[in-house]
Design a protein around this ligand. Structure first.
Ligand SMILES: [Zn+2]
Length: 226
């Protein structure tokens, strides 16, 4: 997918088995001066696919210096404990997600089948900015799918890494968060409305990967859901 990636941003799609289902997830590697920022990990067992992808773009697992979780769901954070066997990365999540990651609270979804807890080193909030080779990466709070869900916006390239705030189905189709897995749909749609105010030209979804979709499309999603 590198031809469609912004410089310094690489989608890492791979197939997983999770919750009795098989599907494709898309963590993202963002290059910085000091190595790789990984946006979401995947479920237990994701390390092998992550290693393969990172090797293909010239990195190793040990080059991941920061892991940003968009939220605590197991298909995003379940493989983090194993990843940390291979790298000393700083773990960052929104402060409302951190207790679920650290084991202070049981994950909201997942039938009590929790993944190995991991310490959160850095609690994120709206407006936190990380310098990357793709320009500044801004944390945007997008609650609804999870209470402290965040997305990552790159104003320089008009790129949004949406986590599960949006879902893609093929390269041309973007939709709102999946109602089946989104406990607070109203809040989630408010979050999409907030994203629509940003300069966005393309989006990476954890479920569905890269899609060409702009702020107008986000507004359509909100309008058609009201
Ligand atoms: Zn998910």
């Amino acid at each position: 997918m590198s031809d469609r990636d912004d410089a310094g941003v690489h989608t890492l799609p791979f197939d997983v088995e999770y919750g009795g289902l098989e599907f494709t997830i898309t963590p993202t590697a963002v290059e910085t001066d000091r190595g790789v920022v990984l946006i979401d990990v995947g479920p237990d067992g994701a390390v092998d696919a992550l290693r393969t992808h990172l090797t293909a773009i010239g990195y190793d697992l040990a080059d991941v210096w920061l892991v940003v979780l968009t939220h605590h769901d197991g298909d995003h954070a379940g493989g983090l404990d194993e990843l940390l066997d291979h790298t000393d990365a700083v773990v960052a999540a929104h402060r409302e997600e951190a207790p679920y990651v650290t084991g202070d609270r049981e994950p909201i979804k997942g039938d009590g089948d929790r993944y190995p807890p991991v310490a959160v080193d850095l609690e994120l909030t709206d407006g936190v900015r990380v310098p990357t080779l793709a320009g500044p990466m801004d944390v945007v709070e997008t609650p609804g799918h999870a209470p402290g869900h965040i997305s990552l916006h790159f104003p320089a390239g008009g790129l949004l890494i949406a986590g599960d705030a949006l879902v893609a189905d093929g390269a041309a189709s973007l939709s709102g968060p999946n109602p089946e897995f989104t406990p607070d749909m109203n809040r989630a749609l408010e979050s999409v409305a907030g994203l629509a105010d940003l300069e966005i030209e393309h989006v990476v979804c954890h479920h569905g990967g890269y899609v060409q979709a702009d702020s107008d499309r986000l507004r359509e999603i909100v309008d058609s859901s009201c």
